[in-house]
Every structure is written in C-alpha cells, then in structure tokens.
Write a protein that binds this ligand. Structure first.
Ligand SMILES: *Cc1c(COP(=O)(O)O)cnc(C)c1O
Length: 360
C-alpha cells in the first residue's frame, strides 16, 4: 500500500489513523456485528456515536451551552440559502466579497432579499482581505456575512470584521478546526466537513440558540429551517450517519493530539515552510498578499502556464497529488489541511527546489 501526499482542496486528506480505525470497524462495529453504514440511526449504538461526536466538538471548540450544534446535509452550498431563510427578518444583509464562495452566498441571498456588498477584494482577483474596520453597515441589516477562509484564492480573515453590533455569520468550511475560534463572536458558524474534517455529505452548523426560531421566511422548506434539526438533535430525518461517525473520529484525533491550540502551532509551522520558500524562490511565487495568507490553502504560480503544467505533471509522478490550482484561477494550489503531515510539506518544498534548479 502506498499513500500519496494529497494536496486536494476537498474532499481532502484525512488522518491515516482514522481511516485505519474505520477499516478495522468496517464489518463489525465494536461487536454489534454490522457496519456503522448498516445500522439504524435510531439505535442505541448510533445514538452514542452522534452524541459523542457533538460532545467532542463542543470540547474542542469550547462551544458555549447557548449554541446548538447541528449535523446537516446539502453541503455548505445549501447553507447559502439557509442563512437568509432563517435570519432575514428585515430582508437585508451585508456581504463581504472575498472570493467565489462568498459571491455564491451573496447571489443566493439576493433571491430572498436585499444583499448589500459591504467590501470586496475583486479589484485584485481576491488576493487580499479588505479592510473591514468601518464598513457601511446599516441598522436594518439582519447580519454580516463572511467566508472566513477562501479556499480558492488562499486568503483568510486574520481579524473578524467590525460588524457594528450586527450578527456575524461565517462560512468556515476550509478553516474549520484549524485553529481556536471564539464562538461567542459569531451568530452562526458553518462548515462543509469535506475540507478539513471528514467525508463529503456533512455540514456542521453552530448556531446561537436565540437565532433558531419558527420565524423564518415564508416558504422555507422544513429541512432548511434550522429549528427542525435543532429540535430533533440532527435526527429529524436520516442523517449522513457514516460521515458523522468519521467526523467523530477526527474530533477524537484532534483532542488526542493536543486540541486546537496545538493544531494551530502545527499548521503555522507547516504553512511557514511553504511560504518561506515561496518568498525566496526565483521561480515560484505566492499569489496572496502576506498579511492575508491562509494557513490551509496556498496558491502559487511560476508565471508561465507551460511550466506550471510541467510542474503539476512531474509532481504527480513523484507522489504529490492534486496540486493543480482551481479551474477558474489556474497555477498551483497546495491545500495543507490538518491531516497533511509536516513531512508532506517538507518533501513538497524539496521537490519544488529541485524543480527550480532544473528549470531555471
Ligand atoms: C468547498 C466550499 C464550499 C462549498 O461546499 P459544498 O459542500 O460543496 O457545498 C463553500 N464554501 C467554502 C469556503 C468552501 O471551501
């Protein structure tokens, strides 16, 4: 068995330990004679799995009791609609446009009300996070929306925007559990887990409980209303059982390896290896302004499309997979999520140095 170094932006690398454990439990989950895939979501065994997953996530993120944790479906993309449907009482909200995922959420919100662009970094192809210290937020806005880590462009909010007292909603899909966050600063955090936590098919939503009500936009489907799932502890209908089980294992792995403070240190150390090299290289350069750099997604280019293609091809042959940049931006992107070991990044940089020596 040979595992590659997988730099995919998502679905992405998972901890080997978790995959092995899941493999061991595949045919017979802890003596119950069946796989977690095959068991009732109403069984006692499964109830323990989902309850433990929630409890471990609460411990990891220090989630206060007045926040509900929900395991949902429909991807992060369905939350683009769920957010306005559940929160737009005045039918007006502010959006900070820092890339394609923010733009998609913005477009979705426009279906339901007035979505206002508060700031944007489109002028420089989303290569930075705009100044959010004094945004044109008005009193009638229901919330302020950010995409906290921009998976495609490789930027991250290092400081949360000044929302002038308005509710903050954050799509954390690609930075979820990569470092500690102060949950109390947010009204809503949600994340598709296929970036940093588990298999595609699960979205974790952490929502302050006063925001979970029956007072939603007219026509909101039952399944999109947060209250439906919150009241049912994520078991209103059949949840993505197996995906939640894997997420639970990843939560335990994160706890066992020191929690989010330690994780942040490791992620900073990993990202530094790559950024330091990009800063000194004469061939490769990072595309993001230094103060906005993501710890999770690192886009870079040579400035020559043919050389980019050659690099991606040779890297693949050497066991570094999925380094091609997003189809809309080109170049390269290394996603170095929690489960990417530090050796993977070190070896990638060695390979890049070698490529640079041979191609300059
Ligand atoms: C991948 C991604 C999405 C879309 O997630 P789906 O689960 O495919 O809907 C949304 N936001 C961010 C930041 C992402 O990285």
């Amino acid at each position: 068995m040979a595992r590659v170094y997988n730099f995919s932006a998502g679905p992405a690398v998972l901890p080997e330990e978790v995959l092995k454990e899941a493999a061991d439990e595949m045919l017979d989950y802890r003596g119950c004679g069946m796989s977690v895939m095959e068991m009732s979501h109403r069984s006692k065994v499964y109830d323990t799995i989902i309850k433990e997953a929630e409890a471990d996530l609460r411990t990891l993120m220090k989630i206060p009791d007045n926040y509900k944790v929900m395991f949902l479906q429909g991807g992060a993309s369905l939350q683009f609609a769920a957010v306005p449907m559940n929160l737009m009482k005045n039918r007006k909200a502010g959006y900070i446009l820092t890339g394609q995922w923010a733009k998609k959420a913005f477009a979705e919100a426009k279906i339901f009300g007035e979505a206002v662009e508060l700031a944007s970094s489109a002028d420089k192809t989303f290569s930075y996070i705009p100044d959010c210290s004094n945004l044109p937020i008005t009193d009638d806005m229901d919330y302020v929306y950010i995409c906290e880590n921009n998976t495609i462009y490789g930027t991250k909010f290092k400081e949360l925007p000044n929302t002038k007292g308005k509710l903050l909603v954050a799509d954390q899909s690609s930075c979820f559990l990569s470092e500690p966050v102060d949950v109390t600063k947010y009204g809503v955090i949600y994340a598709g887990v296929q970036k940093n936590v588990g298999p595609a098919g699960v979205v974790v939503a952490i929502v302050r409980d006063d925001l979970i009500t029956d007072d939603v936009l007219e026509g909101t489907p039952t399944m999109v209303k947060w209250k439906t799932q919150a009241d049912a502890d994520s078991l209103y209908n059949t949840p993505p059982c197996y995906g939640i089980y894997i997420c639970g294992k990843v939560f335990k792995w994160l706890l066992k390896t020191g929690g989010l403070e330690v994780r942040k240190q490791i992620n900073e150390e990993k990202a530094k290896i790559l950024y330091d090299y990009l800063d000194e290289s004469k061939l490769f350069k990072g595309t993001v302004e230094k103060q906005s750099r993501s710890l999770m997604n690192v886009p870079f280019i040579t400035g020559n499309d043919e050389l980019d293609a050659k690099f991606i091809k040779e890297a693949k042959e050497a066991g570094f997979e999925n380094l091609k940049g997003h189809r809309t931006v080109g170049g390269m992107r290394a996603s170095i999520y929690n489960a990417m070991p530090i050796e993977g990044v070190k070896k990638l940089v060695e390979f890049m140095k070698d490529f640079e020596a041979k191609n300059s």
